[in-house]
Design a protein. Structure first.
Length: 141
């Protein structure tokens, strides 16, 4: 069975959203299922050159820039994907300690990692409240 596809979108400030986009390789359908409600059309979508990103950007009506990692090009001016790659690396390293996570629980683990990655909840009491569905750090006052 192919592994789950985890899609991460991250901006330069570290704001991150990630999704379990299904099984197998990334596709334009997976991008259309996850991103339209999260990103605006007026941003520049920066990717690692996977063809699905270019098709999605064209169909969604947004600008797209890619770096060709296979050719060893990691940066083109201010365009790079290092922020997302670093996040994926930390996520993979952290998940490896669990020796495999069932797909049905993967979204829970992504939420847990989201909390830890940006130190959104730093107290045991805050983490307990979050596990019970109370997210005071997300409430607008």
């Amino acid at each position: 069975m192919p592994p789950s596809c985890i899609l991460a979108a991250r901006d330069r400030t570290g704001q991150t959203v990630d999704f379990v986009a299904g099984r197998g390789q990334l596709s334009k359908a997976k991008l259309h299922a996850c991103l339209p409600g999260i990103i605006d059309r007026d941003i520049l979508l920066v990717s690692d050159g996977h063809p699905a990103h270019a098709v999605f950007a064209r169909e969604f009506g947004m600008a797209h820039a890619a770096v060709n990692l296979r050719a060893g090009i990691r940066v083109r001016g201010t365009v790079h994907v290092q922020n997302v790659h670093a996040y994926h690396s930390r996520l993979r390293g952290w998940l490896s300690a669990f020796h495999g996570v069932a797909t049905r629980y993967l979204l829970n683990y992504l939420g847990w990692r989201w909390i830890l990655d940006a130190r959104r909840i730093i107290s045991p009491q805050g983490l307990l409240k979050a596990t019970m569905g109370s997210f005071p750090h997300l409430m607008v006052t």
